[in-house]
Structure formats: C-alpha cells, structure tokens
Design a binder for this molecule. Structure first.
Ligand SMILES: [Zn+2]
Length: 77
C-alpha cells in the first residue's frame, strides 16, 4: 500500500517586475531600438531619436506625436 501523498507545489504566480518586463518588450516605434526607462521622470527615452515617451496610468504611450522631444542640453544616460 503506497501512501503517495503528492503535495503539489503552491502554484502562486510570481509576477515579474513590470518595469523590467516592459523594457524587454518595448522598443521605439520609430527606430525599433531599445528604450531607457527613467523612473524619476516616469517616461521611456529613446536615445537615437531623443524622444521621451510618457507613461500614463502605468501604460507607456508609444506614440511619436505624444512623445516629448528632448532638448539638446538634456543629458541622456
Ligand atoms: Zn527611436
């Protein structure tokens, strides 16, 4: 008689860090390049295009017309 008590592992989902997840999938709609996430400013930056894409209600707005043009004096890092 085998008392095989198969205890299934608790299937709780560990949600990945949303910011990192977004960074993996988000690209610039213009140059298709990777974006920089600026937590403090709450926006995604495309270095080559010098555009800042706003995040509204936690959702990045990847539209060129809504993007902020970065002034030449603004340092991108
Ligand atoms: Zn770009």
């Amino acid at each position: 008689m085998g008392d095989s008590a198969t205890s299934s592992p608790p299937g709780f989902l560990r949600l990945p860090d949303m910011d990192e997840k977004l960074l993996d999938i988000l690209v610039c709609p213009i140059c298709k390049g990777p974006l920089l996430y600026r937590k403090a400013a709450g926006e995604f930056i495309c270095k080559p295009c010098r555009l800042g894409y706003p995040i509204q209600d936690g959702i990045p707005v990847m539209l060129e017309e809504d993007a902020r043009k970065l002034p030449p004096e603004e340092e991108i890092q």
